[in-house]
Design a binder for this molecule. Structure first.
Ligand SMILES: Nc1ncnc2c1ncn2[C@@H]1O[C@H](COP(=O)(O)OP(=O)(O)OP(=O)(O)O)[C@@H](O)[C@H]1O
Length: 251
């Protein structure tokens, strides 16, 4: 039996001066799954992602989260509902340590004041939870390292930790593996799998082998439209998908 759609779009469309970058997309992301959005360059993945995360406003169509219409909400409003975009929203402060960054994110979730220079004792209360999150993303040994000094892959893991600090029920990941070497790719893929427990994940990702191993469901976009949808076996055996990727793939 199929799970319920937690995030859904209907006829989602955005036009830039008459050009439809996303054209009539209807998506159903099921609760508790890892759902990937893939497609050749220029397919409309980033634009679609920006629509879902409310960084762009659609020309037409609707987006619902848990049955609630979120089409005209702002990123901060959907974050309060539990839909959080990693990387862009979860800014990491380079001058603070990994532990401090997670503490600040926890403080933000609680809505405490930002004047952390005055409230060292208050922040100590978050230490235990922050350490737990650092451990969850494999960064325990880096807790005292300034975020700016972390190696690239570790920095992105820290971004995941600061996002998890907001306790999202749905995590939207924009190319989580971009720019990573093999070792970091494996580590991040494992991390995504781990944090997907009790959560829904939607990710735009170019690394097809990781998409294949992680995703429960994949939507293939091409020229702004949904070309195919299904598990990896289904979409990789679809001649239209193979054709759309020819010449445009960078996995
Ligand atoms: N603000 C904009 N104004 C005009 N055209 C845009 C705008 N944003 C995106 N486009 C166009 O929409 C199309 C889809 O772009 P988008 O970046 O969403 O594709 P993508 O699938 O994410 O590509 P890539 O894999 O290269 O990142 C492209 O042709 C792009 O040039």
């Amino acid at each position: 039996m199929r799970a319920e759609a937690i995030l859904a779009t209907r006829d989602l469309t955005i036009e830039f001066k008459g050009f439809k970058a996303v054209d009539g997309v209807s998506l159903n992301v099921e609760e508790g799954t890892i759902h990937a959005l893939i497609g050749p360059n220029g397919a409309g993945k980033t634009t679609c992602f920006n629509l879902l995360t409310k960084f762009l406003t659609p020309t037409r169509g609707a987006i619902t989260y848990k049955g609630k219409d979120i089409t005209s909400m702002k990123p901060a409003e959907i974050a309060r509902l539990g839909v959080v975009r990693s990387f862009q929203i979860s800014a990491v402060f380079p001058q603070f340590t990994a532990l401090e960054n997670v503490r600040i994110a926890l403080q933000r979730r609680r809505g405490d004041s930002f004047d952390f220079w005055r409230s060292e004792s208050l922040l100590r209360r978050y230490d235990r939870e922050a350490r737990g999150l650092l451990e969850a993303v494999g960064l325990s040994e880096y807790e005292k390292t300034r975020a700016g000094a972390l190696p690239y892959g570790r920095k992105r893991a820290l971004e995941i930790a600061t996002t998890l600090a907001l306790d999202p029920s749905m995590l939207l990941l924009d190319e989580p593996l971009a720019g990573m070497g093999h070792e970091d790719v494996d580590r991040m893929a494992e991390l995504i799998r781990r944090v997907s427990a009790n959560r829904t994940i939607l990710m735009v990702e170019h690394n097809l082998s990781v998409v294949a191993s992680l995703s429960d469901r994949i939507t293939v976009l091409a020229r702004g439209k949904v070309l195919a949808e299904g598990d990896y076996k289904t979409i990789s055996g679809d001649a239209r998908v193979v054709e759309a990727y020819m010449g445009g793939m960078h996995a």
